[in-house]
Design a protein around this ligand. Structure first.
Ligand SMILES: Cc1ncc(COP(=O)(O)O)c(C=O)c1O
Length: 352
């Protein structure tokens, strides 16, 4: 049986933020969606005015990290409705994260109905300009007040929405990445592939240290510090000569929806592409031979971001300060697709 959803409209609509200065995650829409889960059964779906959650201080999420989230984007359709990019993959990944973190799964149909219910009320918040979107943040937290260490029995699922511009600010430049050789973000067999809050807190200290030295983000390696995994909030691609290579999904980093989309585009375009382990030594050797043609990150928030520098121990590999040919083609294709305001042949945009 699908979840019942009640609607309570806000009586105090907020002013819309300036379209040219959205930044990322600074503004929130008028409403939010919530639903509760008790012993595996979801109920009380509701869209209500955006506001604070009441949590018992003993709620398991606050102590043992049973929290997960998703991140996806809605674009404005020509007919005034919302178009959400690949929501099925986000629903599937939410449930994969939930399984790993001993949290309840949410039926995909309820995930879609929840998105629809929220977008029905907050559709006006979808910014129209190219490069902007309404970022949707579904999340699940354990709410049961209980201090013993075991999976909680009660959870709240919620979706909030934020009109966003470019993740890297109004004038994004290519990224300078710090290749981390001591700390690890996640290990094989751990929770690295789940979109768990814990993976992000594990990355903060190193990211702050990198930022203090002028780097934009960290390029994380595996726990032996040999092979490349991902960037702080993006998956990573390398072009060696004509071949584009990205690390295979090994369970220790996030299976990105943008990564999957870029792989599909490259295969459609007959660009040679390989999903295989990439050793940092291979990257440096390719650079020395002049074969490292481009490096770029992919993610919902950042779309496709070129990398202009990789600092790995005493080595500094420098690339052009703009998107290379493959990154540019993929960026243009995704931007055109998401901003065309109509369904696409692939069915990646879902009207809501
Ligand atoms: C750690 C991490 N890796 C990769 C990605 C890219 O995933 P996606 O393309 O699904 O946004 C993200 C962004 O959500 C992320 O946070």
């Amino acid at each position: 049986m699908s979840l019942d959803i009640s609607i309570t409209r806000s009586t105090k609509p907020r002013p819309k933020p300036p379209a040219n200065d959205l930044g990322f995650g600074r503004f929130f829409t008028d409403h939010m969606f919530l639903a509760d889960c008790d012993a595996g059964t979801w109920s009380n779906g509701r869209v209500i005015p955006y506001g604070p959650l009441a949590l018992d201080p003993a709620a398991a999420a606050l102590h043992y990290g049973q929290t997960l989230f998703e991140g996806m984007k809605a674009y404005r359709a020509k007919n005034g409705r919302a178009m959400v990019f690949r929501p099925q993959l986000h629903a599937a990944r939410l449930n994969a994260s939930a399984e790993r973190l001993c949290m309840p799964s949410l039926p995909e149909e309820d995930f879609h109905r929840a998105l629809r219910a929220l977008l029905e009320l907050d559709r006006d918040w979808i910014p129209g300009a190219t490069g902007t979107a309404l970022y949707l943040r579904p999340a699940m937290v354990a709410t049961e007040p209980f201090l013993g260490v075991r999976p909680a029995r009660r959870y709240t699922f919620f979706i909030i929405a934020s009109p966003v511009g470019n993740y890297w600010g109004p004038k994004p430049s290519a990224l300078r990445l710090w290749v981390e050789t001591k700390a690890v973000r996640a290990a094989q067999g751990g929770i690295g592939a789940a979109k768990a809050g814990a993976n992000y807190v594990a990355s903060l200290l190193t990211a702050e240290q990198a930022k203090a030295h002028g780097y934009s983000q960290v390029l994380w390696l595996d726990s032996t510090h040999t092979h490349v995994e991902e960037v702080g909030t993006m998956n990573v691609f390398f072009r060696f000569g004509e071949t584009v290579v990205t690390p295979p999904l090994d369970g220790s980093f996030l299976p990105g929806v943008t990564r999957d989309s870029v792989l599909q585009l490259l295969r459609r375009w007959k660009v040679p592409v390989e999903e295989r382990p990439v050793a940092m030594s291979e990257v440096a050797e390719a650079y020395d031979r002049g074969e490292l043609k481009e490096v770029f990150g992919t993610g919902t928030a950042a779309v496709i971001s070129p990398v202009s520098e990789l600092t790995w121990g005493s080595r500094s590999l420098r690339l052009e300060d703009r998107r290379g040919a493959v990154a540019e083609r993929a960026f243009q294709a995704l931007t055109e697709l998401t901003h065309r305001g109509e369904p696409d042949a692939e069915g990646w945009l879902v009207e809501m």
